[in-house]
Design a binder for this molecule. Structure first.
Ligand code: FES
Length: 134
């Protein structure tokens, strides 16, 4: 059995489902529970939105009726808040600080100084809600 230090170490090395689902998992693993973010009818297919959930800003993108993506809005360059935007006719997630933009379906940077993708969360359309596992 892992003690608290063991859990912390294991969490840094990689978050396995076994650790994530433990009742005594450290706080950064408390998620694991899908959380309501936005009524599904407020995120039509082909649109993006920014929502505040449990103190975090999340970026949502609905690709199809049952396909939705969720990302942290924290820019991977220097931490500014990224938001939905349109660049050259394409939907992107854009950072107002230094001009990075990210693909709405993958979070991968497509321009600007950011080199790493946005952090992605597990997301799904479940009935009337867009659910994100934090
Ligand atoms: S903080 Fe986002 S581009 Fe620099």
């Amino acid at each position: 059995m892992l003690g608290a230090a063991g859990l912390a170490t294991a969490g840094l090395a990689g978050c396995t489902d076994q650790i994530r689902n433990r009742a005594d998992a450290p706080s950064h693993h408390v998620g694991g529970t899908p959380t309501q973010t936005l009524p599904a009818d407020r995120l039509p297919v082909g649109t993006s939105a920014s929502v505040e959930v449990e103190g975090r800003t999340l970026l949502l993108r609905r690709e199809a009726e049952d396909v939705v993506h969720a990302f942290s809005a924290v820019c991977t360059h220097q931490g500014c808040t990224v938001a939905p935007a349109t660049e050259s006719g394409q939907d992107v997630f854009a950072c107002p600080c230094h001009g990075s933009h990210f693909a709405v379906d993958t979070g991968v940077p497509s321009g600007g100084p950011a080199q790493k993708p946005l952090t992605e969360f597990t997301a799904a359309v479940d009935g009337d809600w867009v659910m994100v596992t934090l």
